[in-house]
Design a protein around this ligand. Structure first.
Ligand code: PGA
Length: 251
């Protein structure tokens, strides 16, 4: 059966020293508890190797927030999937709405990134979600369907089975405006039915689908209680060990 996962997305926050301190705090907090979910932190590239050295990776997974769409070569400033893997990280967030919106990431580009992540044994946390106008126009189900079909449905069932999905309505990210548990559950059930249609019920039942967008200790319990919500991708609330742990322990 699918795993519950709570993953932090630190975005472009913390210096190396601050990031290592935060990772140590989360690692320390996890020593006293046996969470009912896998716990992951996704940090800036610059922090990965140092964070990997101070955490117990059996209890706390480590991931990057992006990787390049090429393996190596003349791509100044880019960081490849093999480089991410060489730090000890085992996850990578791909297709976050901020990457799609500000850095022009398309499904074509994301297909390359997914392939390289899988080739390097990185678990993609693949983000999908509609913007506010699409929610208001009632086309959110179609938008998310197209994002998944275009970037992922060419994969074999085996490869698709290695992916974690994160539904993040763009209007809920960093806005304090969470999707209601009902809105989120409706979308998660929709996503699971799309997966069942393409790969069958077993693969669909085994896929972890996280919710992201202003998830906090105060609303996590209600969200995670829904049958198709298997955890969260946490931005702002992951930058404080106590609030992140408040979400981890919401299961
Ligand atoms: P937020 O971000 O929790 O700050 O809304 C979530 C995300 O973008 O992954």
């Amino acid at each position: 059966m699918r795993k519950n996962v709570v993953a932090g997305n630190w975005k472009m926050n913390t210096t190396l020293q601050e990031g290592v301190a935060l990772a140590k705090d989360v690692n320390e907090a996890l020593k006293g508890v046996t969470p009912k979910c896998d716990v992951v932190i996704c940090t800036p590239f610059t922090h990965l190797a140092s964070v990997n050295a101070v955490i117990d990776t059996d209890k706390l997974g480590l991931g990057a927030e992006n990787c390049a769409d090429h393996k190596s070569g003349a791509y100044t400033g880019e960081v490849s999937a093999p480089m991410v893997a060489s730090t000890g990280a085992t996850y990578v967030i791909l297709g976050h709405s901020e990457r799609r919106q500000y850095y022009g990431e398309t499904s074509e580009i994301l297909k390359e990134k997914v392939a390289l992540a899988l080739e390097n044994n990185l678990t993609p946390i693949f983000c999908i979600g509609e913007v506010l106008a699409e929610r208001e126009n009632g086309i959110y189900n179609e938008v998310v369907k197209k994002q998944i079909e275009d970037a992922l449905f060419h994969l074999s069932a085996e490869d698709f089975g290695k992916i974690i999905l994160a539904y993040e309505p763009v209007w809920a990210i960093g806005t304090g405006k969470t999707a209601t548990p009902e809105q989120a559950e409706d979308m998660h059930a929709h996503i699971r039915s799309l997966i069942a249609g393409r790969y069958g019920k077993e693969v669909a039942d085994n896929t972890s689908i996280l919710y992201g967008g202003s998830c906090k200790p105060s609303n996590a319990k209600e969200l995670f209680a829904k049958p198709d919500i298997d955890g969260g991708l946490i931005g702002g609330a992951a930058l404080d060990a106590a609030s992140f742990m408040g979400i981890v322990t919401a299961f």
